[in-house]
Design a binder for this molecule. Structure first.
Ligand SMILES: [Zn+2]
Length: 228
């Protein structure tokens, strides 16, 4: 049992007027998945261990989502939004999780240089200058792309260099990372912020935005039904 996590879930359950005693833990699910099961007056909560380092407000939002479901009441949209935004960033985001490796933009199925020029032409009026481009060495399945400002380099997870990957998915990640080049980052409350409101608005202009997100959710194992 994780004491801090249990405390948080217990507080939220008090707020929701739920009477169960709560036992919670982080669990090494293969994918991002969280569960709550009631048994003899005890509520057993398992939170994906991939959320262990998430900020407290994310865990709190998750607690509201899971416990509202147990209670059978509607969860406040802001909790869903908080949680989903965070998961979205986990999937797309770029903490330096991708190990450096090969330096070749030419994969087996996709050429990143070609995709860069295509996106630059279609979405940026060819205004961005080309950074270094390469596929990651490891097949990261949670972090699909990142932009390294210091190296001026876009890295895309090799797991997507696959004949099953729709081309628009690679294009979407390229587009996302190119938006980082365009927007840079801002600081808010001392924390670096890269996915600002403006960024997200621009990101949604990508033609296959929803399809791409859905595809990435699917291959990262985050299916909607297993989420809540
Ligand atoms: Zn990003």
């Amino acid at each position: 049992m994780d004491i801090k996590l249990t405390q948080m879930f217990s507080n939220v359950s008090l707020n929701l007027g739920i009477k169960y005693k709560i036992i919670s833990e982080y669990y090494p699910y293969k994918h991002i998945k969280n569960t709550a099961r009631a048994k003899k007056g005890i509520l057993y909560v398992r939170v994906s261990d991939k959320l262990k380092d998430a900020p407290p407000e994310i865990k709190e939002a998750l607690a509201y989502i899971l416990l509202s479901k147990i209670k059978g009441t509607r969860v406040a949209p802001r909790y869903k939004r908080t949680y989903n935004d965070f998961i979205h960033e986990l999937i797309i985001n770029e903490p330096s999780g991708i190990a450096s490796g090969l330096n070749d933009p030419v994969g087996i199925y996709f050429n990143l240089e070609e995709i860069f020029y295509f996106i630059n032409n279609n979405y940026f009026s060819n205004e961005l200058s080309k950074p270094a481009l390469r596929w990651s060495k490891k097949k990261a399945y949670r972090i699909f792309g990142r932009y390294d400002r210091a190296k001026n380099e876009i890295v895309i997870s090799r797991i997507l260099d696959d004949k099953k990957t729709p081309r628009f998915v690679i294009e979407y990640i390229m587009y996302h990372e190119m938006l980082h080049i365009k927007f840079g980052f801002t600081y808010k409350k001392g924390r670096r912020r890269v996915h600002t409101g403006q960024f997200k608005k621009e990101e949604e202009k990508f033609s296959f935005y929803t399809e791409s997100i859905n595809y990435l959710k699917k291959i990262s194992g985050r299916e909607k039904r297993s989420l809540f």
